[in-house]
Design a protein around this ligand. Structure first.
Ligand SMILES: [Zn+2]
Length: 439
């Protein structure tokens, strides 16, 4: 059970400027300045996927779900005559359960891509996908520490700014707008669109060969992006990978130009690499040697095998963990966190930069299908949570959705979201920079 406490404490210490040394015990030891009640449940020994009981309790106007407490009747914490502060709820167990991804490792549910489905999650069941519950739990702990030490506990900032934004771009398509967007246009009788796309292609400038366009958008925001390149072009079990060869000179030129301009280059592990370390390593070898992060194509993260595989490859970070079906907080946390190895019961060195919103989620027929005017109202409450807790917002916007032949109004939705963030004084960072400021 100590690994549980250590894991939660590690993340708590990275959120706030805490007193040092921090005297906090897991379990009521009668002497530590802060003591957190520890559940008597044997849930974690029995390795069940889902907690059997949940209670709800209010914290500053928000109703929070707790998984390891029996009733919400006591105050969150009280102070003893000796000045010790006793937290009456097992916030550590609930935080560990959500942050570590316990439900995904021990739950049997998978979709046809081997992914843990949103609908199986506690986030879907109790409707808190857009509420970073772990941040709330740690906020309660922060107030308990503040009371015990008689001092204000401030959050860490992002280069002096209140929260961070990580703009990321998975590069799946560079060369097939003429085909993927052009052919349906032709079928609809729109010969003009088809001809325009075909001509661009023949000139060697497919409408999706548009990374300079993405760069221009970033430049207006004074932001550097993180571009994940997909080094596999062959389809896998009938599913497409890249429409380009990453070793082709025109793609290598793009990678070099982006890197020289200060953008970050990452690996976009192809289908199947989430469970195949050798293949992922071979793909990584096709990219510049300083690549330190990965995001899997189709967000194919295998909850059982992938964490250890990323550690085996010595990657600094992954940025796959968001549900494709819904924007929000898959691990109920709006900051980077370290992945957990359940077999060894220990924290891994690999960081996760959780993915909060992917363009595909908004429009794909299997997902939300939100009209563009409804996107901002839908995602604003999630953004407000990130701002409230000084977290990181990670956005995935594919390059094709900046063109006129991707997501309808894709570029203007991107601009609307990023303008909102800019007005709220965000600090734009690449994924590697986010980790650099968190470690
Ligand atoms: Zn992809």
């Amino acid at each position: 059970m100590n690994s549980i406490f250590d894991y939660v404490l590690f993340h708590f210490q990275r959120l706030y400027h805490l007193p040092s040394p921090l005297e906090i015990s897991y379990g009521l030891d009668g002497r530590s300045r802060v003591q957190v009640t520890r559940t008597t449940s044997t849930f974690f020994e029995r390795q069940q996927a889902k907690p059997v009981q949940t209670v709800w309790k209010e914290w500053h106007g928000s109703n929070l779900t707790l998984f390891f407490d029996e009733s919400p009747d006591q105050p969150w914490f009280t102070q003893t005559e000796q000045g010790h502060v006793v937290v009456h709820y097992d916030l550590v167990a609930s935080a560990f359960y959500l942050l570590s991804g316990w439900q995904e490792f021990y739950g049997p549910e998978r979709d046809s891509f081997g992914r843990y489905p949103y609908k199986a999650s506690q986030q879907a069941r109790h409707r808190f996908i857009t509420k970073p519950l772990v941040n709330y739990y740690l906020d309660i702990l922060r107030e308990a520490v503040a009371l015990a030490y008689g001092q204000e506990i401030l959050p860490r900032s992002w280069n002096g700014k209140p929260f961070a934004t990580c703009l990321t771009h998975d590069v799946d398509f560079c060369q097939s707008a003429w085909k993927v967007a052009g052919k349906p246009a032709l079928k609809k009788g729109n010969l003009g669109v088809f001809l325009k796309l075909a001509q661009q292609k023949l000139r060697g400038q497919d409408a999706w060969f548009n990374l300079p366009q993405v760069e221009r958008e970033l430049k207006q925001l004074h932001a550097k992006g993180t571009f994940f390149f997909l080094p596999e072009a062959a389809p896998y079990e009938g599913h497409p990978n890249a429409d380009y060869d990453v070793s082709a000179p025109e793609i290598q030129n793009e990678i070099k130009r982006l890197a020289a301009a200060g953008h970050e280059i990452g690996l976009h592990g192809s289908h199947g690499t989430g469970t195949n370390a050798r293949k992922l390593q071979a793909e990584r070898a096709k990219l510049p040697a300083n690549v330190k992060g990965n995001r899997f194509h189709y967000l194919r993260f295998d909850p059982v095998k992938t964490p250890a595989l990323l550690a085996e490859l010595n990657l600094l970070y992954d940025s796959t963990l968001g549900f494709p079906e819904h924007y929000g907080f898959r691990n109920s946390y709006c900051h980077p966190f370290r992945l957990f190895n359940f077999r060894e019961r220990q924290m891994l060195p690999v960081w996760e930069v959780p993915l909060n919103l992917m363009d595909v989620t908004l429009h794909h027929p299997y997902y939300l299908q939100l009209p563009s005017a409804e996107v901002m109202p839908a995602v604003t409450p999630m953004l407000e949570e990130i701002i409230r807790f000084g977290g990181v917002f990670t956005l995935l916007w594919h390059n094709e959705n900046f063109s006129d032949y991707g997501l309808e109004e894709g570029k203007s939705i991107f601009q609307e979201i990023t303008r909102f963030l800019q007005n709220r004084q965000t600090c734009f960072l690449t994924a590697g920079e986010v980790i650099g400021l968190t470690e």
